[in-house]
Design a protein around this ligand. Sequence first.
Ligand code: G3P
Length: 218
Amino acid sequence: MKFFIDTANLNEIKEANDMGILDGVTTNPSLMAKEGITGAQNILNHYVAICNIVDGPVSAEVIATDFEGMVKEGEQLAALHKNIVVKIPMIPEGIKAIKYFSGKGIKTNCTLIFSAGQALLAAKAGATYISPFLGRLDDVSTDGLALIEQIRTIYDNYVFQTEILAASVRHPMHIIHCAEIGADVMTGPLNAIKALAKHPLTDLGLQQFLADYAKGNQ
Ligand code: G3P
């Protein structure tokens, strides 16, 4: 399973990249705003800064919601760097735009996926990735992981090449369950990724090893 980090924070991206396990980055307009990145040119510059840190796919979201607008913005984003993936919302105009970009060989990430039907449509349009928001489904008492499982079955039935990018991941157990189900990619916050490494027995064991070494080497 590929690991993407879901943030626009350059320090967090650097930290995850330095761990050597980072495969890519996802952003969205809310994450950009959270970092105080505003204004079209600053946003474009920020995408380039992210691409200069990580050698992997970087999702950059369009703001337009009409076909022509999405095509114009998406082409501008794709021209920024070879690793940019154009992120497009799951709306009817978005499906058209995904089909357009797929014909042009431009990679897309269809975002705001909340149902299997939406995932099927995006795959048929040729999306490179689809982003089912599992945490947000959990938030409304709906099983987000069950959706990932359902999409995995559908994509496997027809050998769709579209990758399932589990998004809105909130904690380490989400990541582990996504790996069990066979999501192709997960995108989550740095703290969820780092939490995978933590175990109290590891800490205790290391403490003991170091103490025993110190006793024997005084
Ligand atoms: O990748 C989508 C993500 O940014 C949404 O996460 O935690 O706001 O639901 P969250």
